[in-house]
Design a protein around this ligand. Structure first.
Ligand code: ADP
Length: 617
C-alpha cells in the first residue's frame, strides 16, 4: 500500500520548482514506516476501507459498460424486457456502488479522526513535557499551528489523498482494461490525448504548490497580527501609543495580499479546468469520428453500443488521470506536514525526569547551591560560582540590580533550567537526580507576573490542590489576607477573574497566588516580590500574609522592600551573576558596597513604610 505513495511522491517532485524541490521533504522509507505506525492500530479498518473502495470503484465503472448492451441489445435489438432488466441492473449497481461508498467514507472518517486523535494526544503530552526554554524561545502562534492546522492537515491527507490515490487508480485500471477489451485502437486514441491535459496539469500543480505555501505564509502573518493586537496587553499597547491607524494599515495590507493570493489561487484552478473541459470534449469527439469511420466505412464488428461505452469510459477515465497527476502536490504537502509534526515529536525535553529518580518520602527543604554556573546561551554566563546554603526553615533574601540573575537563580531550584556547571541540591540530593514530580511538588513559587487563568477564584485556587475543601480554601485565603475581599464579592469564591486575572488588581492577584501556594504547602517557598507596582496598602496586606509563611518554612525571597529583606536570616547581594556581598542588613549597610548603593537608591525611600509594616508584622 505504501509503494504507490512513495512512487508518486518521487515522481511528483519532478513537477516542483527548484526552490520547492529543496524545501520538499524526502519521502523515505523511514518516514513512510513511521506514518505507517500511526495507521497500524487501525489496520483492520484500513483493510475494510481498501475493500470498500475497490468494490465501489469497480462497481462504479459497470453502468458505463452496461450502457453498451442497453443500446445494442435493448434499443437497437428492440428487446424491451431485456432493456428493463439492464436498466434495473444498472440502477441497482449504481445504488450499490454509492451505498458502499457511504460505508467507505464512514470507516475512513472514523479512522482519520482516530489517527488524528492519537496524534493530537501525543503532541499535547509531548508539549507538556518540553522544557521552559522551548516556550521562552518559540512563538506561541507556531506551537498552536502545529497542534491545530498541521494535525488537521494530516487528517485530510488520510481522508483524502490516500483514498483518492486508491479509488482513482482502481477506476483508471478498470476503465482502461474495459476500453482495451472493447477496441484497442479506439482505446489508444482516447489515451493519446492524455498528454494534452497532462501538460497544463503540471503547470497548475507547480503554481498550486507555491500558491499554497504563499497563502499559508500570509495566513500566518494575519494570525500573528491578530494575536499581537487583539490580546489584552497588545490592545493596551495599541491604545496607549495611539497606533490604531498604523495597526489597521498593517492589517489591511496583509489582508489585501491574502485576498490577491486567494483570487490567484482560484483563477489558477479556473484556467486549468477550462483547458481540461475543452480537452475532455475533444476525446469523445475523436472516438465518435474514428469509431464512426470504422463502423460506417470499414464494416467492423464494432457496434453503436461499443462506441457509446468507449466514450463513457473515456470520460470516466479523465477524472482519475487528472487527479492522479496533481496528487503528488498533496503527497509532498502531506509529507511536509508529517515531517513538521515529527520534528516536534522528536524534540527531547531539556529537563527530564531522571532514570532511577530518588523519591524521598519527606522533603525537609534544605537548599544548597554548590559553585553553580549558568548560561542561557553557551559562553554567556549569567550566573557565576553561586555558593550558598539555606537550611531548613530559614530564609534568604536575594537583592541586586535588575538583570543581575535573581530570577534565573531561583528558576534552577524547580529545574525550569538545569545548571551549566556545579550543583543545586535539595536535602542533599542533586535536583537532577530527584524525581521531578516530587521536586516540583516541594517547591512553591509566587512570581511577579502572577498568572491566573480565565475562570473563577475557586478554580484558580483548586489548581494547587484539586481535593481541597471549602474550609481549606478559606483558611488559605485568610492566611493570604484575601478572604475578606473574596467574601465581599457578590459571587464570593465563584467570582470570575477575567482574562489572565485582569479583572483583579495586582495586589489581589498576588494574594490569590499566595493563597494558591499555601494550599500547595511546599517545603521551599520562593517569593519574587513585585517591584513597585503595588500601593502601600496592598504591600502591607501581602507583607502580613508572607511574614508568617516565611517564618514557618524554607524561603527564598527576591526582595525589593527593606521590610522583606530585614525579615530574612541572610541577604545575598547579586551583581552581574555573582554574589558580591552577604550577611545581615546591619553588617551590609556599613560596608559601603553594592548593598549600600542599593539601599540608598532603592530601599531607602521605603524606610517610612518599613517602620510601619515592621510594627504590624
Ligand atoms: P533579575 O531577576 O535579577 O532581574 P534575570 O535572572 O531575569 O535577572 O536575568 C539575568 C540575565 O539573564 C539578564 O541579562 C537577562 O537578559 C538574561 N535572561 C533572562 N531570561 C533569559 C532567557 N530566557 N533567555 C536568555 N537570556 C535571559
Amino acid at each position: 500500500m505504501t509503494q504507490p505513495r512513495g512512487g508518486f511522491g518521487r515522481a511528483g517532485v519532478q513537477f516542483l520548482s527548484e526552490e520547492e524541490k529543496t524545501n520538499a521533504p524526502k519521502v523515505t522509507w523511514v518516514l513512510l514506516k513511521r506514518i505507517g505506525c500511526y495507521l497500524k492500530p487501525y489496520r483492520l479498518q484500513m483493510a475494510l476501507v481498501l475493500l470498500t473502495i475497490t468494490a465501489s470503484s469497480m462497481l462504479g465503472v459497470l453502468p458505463s459498460i452496461l450502457t453498451g448492451r442497453i443500446i445494442d441489445q435493448g434499443l437497437i435489438g428492440r428487446d424491451f424486457s431485456l432493456l428493463v432488466q439492464l436498466v434495473l441492473l444498472s440502477f441497482g449497481v449504481t445504488l450499490l456502488a454509492n451505498g458502499i461508498a457511504v460505508i467507505e467514507s464512514y470507516i475512513n472518517t472514523w479512522v482519520a479522526q482516530h489517527i488524528t486523535y492519537d496524534m493530537r494526544n501525543t503532541m499535547f503530552q509531548k508539549l507538556l513535557l518540553l522544557s521552559h526554554r522551548f516556550y521562552t524561545s518559540n512563538n506561541q502562534g507556531d506551537i498552536i499551528t502545529r497542534m491545530t492546522s498541521d494535525i488537521s492537515g494530516v487528517q485530510s491527507v488520510i481522508l483524502g489523498t490516500l483514498t483518492s490515490i486508491l479509488s482513482n487508480t482502481i477506476t483508471l485500471v478498470v476503465a482502461l482494461v474495459a476500453m482495451f477489451q472493447k477496441n484497442w485502437m479506439l482505446a489508444l486514441l482516447g489515451i493519446v490525448i492524455v498528454p494534452l491535459f497532462a501538460i497544463p496539469t503540471q503547470r497548475v500543480g507547480k503554481s498550486r504548490w507555491s500558491l499554497t505555501m504563499q497563502v499559508q505564509k500570509s495566513n500566518d502573518k494575519i494570525n500573528g497580527i491578530l494575536n499581537e493586537t487583539l490580546s489584552v496587553s497588545g490592545q493596551q499597547l495599541v491604545k496607549l501609543f495611539t497606533n490604531e491607524q498604523s495597526e489597521y494599515e498593517n492589517y489591511r495590507k496583509a489582508n489585501e495580499a491574502m485576498t490577491k493570493l486567494n483570487v490567484r489561487e482560484s483563477m489558477a484552478g479556473r484556467w486549468f479546468r477550462m483547458t481540461i473541459n475543452t480537452v475532455t470534449t475533444i476525446g469523445p469527439m475523436l472516438i465518435y469520428m474514428a469509431g464512426g469511420y470504422l463502423l460506417i466505412r470499414q464494416d467492423t464488428s464494432l457496434t453503436v453500443g461499443d462506441i457509446t461505452v468507449l466514450v463513457a469510459l473515456l470520460t470516466q477515465m479523465y477524472r482519475p488521470v487528472n487527479t492522479l497527476l496533481t496528487i503528488h502536490v498533496d503527497v509532498v504537502r502531506s509529507m511536509a506536514l508529517f515531517t513538521r509534526i515529527f520534528t516536534y515529536f522528536d524534540m527531547k525535553p531539556e529537563v527530564e525526569n531522571p532514570q532511577n529518580a530518588l523519591k524521598p518520602e519527606v522533603i525537609q527543604g534544605t537548599v544548597v547551591f554548590n559553585n553553580v554556573q549558568f548560561a542561557y546561551e553557551p559562553g554567556h554566563l549569567v550566573l557565576k560560582d553561586i555558593d550558598f546554603r539555606l537550611d531548613q526553615g530559614h530564609s534568604i533574601a536575594i537583592v541586586g540590580p535588575s538583570g543581575s540573575g535573581k530570577s534565573t537563580m531561583v528558576n534552577l531550584i524547580p529545574r525550569l533550567y538545569d545548571v551549566t556547571a556545579g550543583q543545586v541540591s535539595l536535602d542533599g540530593i542533586d535536583v537532577r537526580k530527584m524525581d521531578l514530580y516530587t521536586l516540583r511538588q516541594s517547591v512553591g513559587m509566587v512570581t511577579q507576573d502572577t498568572y491566573l487563568f480565565n475562570g473563577s477564584i475557586r478554580e484558580n485556587l483548586l489548581y494547587a490542590k484539586p481535593e481541597a475543601t471549602q474550609d481549606e480554601l478559606e483558611d488559605a485565603c485568610k492566611k493570604a489576607n484575601i478572604h475578606d475581599f473574596i467574601a465581599a464579592q457578590p459571587m464570593g469564591y465563584d467570582t470570575l477573574v477575567g482574562n489572565r486575572g485582569l479583572k483583579l488588581s495586582g495586589g489581589e492577584k498576588q494574594r490569590i497566588s499566595i493563597a494558591r501556594v499555601i494550599l500547595k504547602d511546599p517545603a521551599v517557598l520562593i517569593f519574587d516580590e513585585a517591584t513597585s507596582s503595588l500601593d502601600s496598602i496592598s504591600e502591607d496586606l501581602i507583607q502580613e500574609a508572607i511574614a508568617p509563611l516565611i517564618r514557618s518554612r524554607t524561603s527564598i525571597l527576591i526582595a525589593h522592600r527593606l521590610s522583606t529583606i530585614m525579615a530574612a536570616d541572610e541577604i545575598l547581594v547579586l551583581k552581574k551573576g555573582e554574589i558580591v556581598e552577604r550577611g545581615r542588613h546591619e553588617e551590609l549597610v556599613s560596608q559601603n558596597g553594592v548593598y549600600t548603593e542599593l539601599y540608598e537608591t532603592q530601599f531607602h525611600h521605603a524606610l517610612d513604610k518599613i517602620q510601619h509594616s515592621g510594627s504590624s508584622s
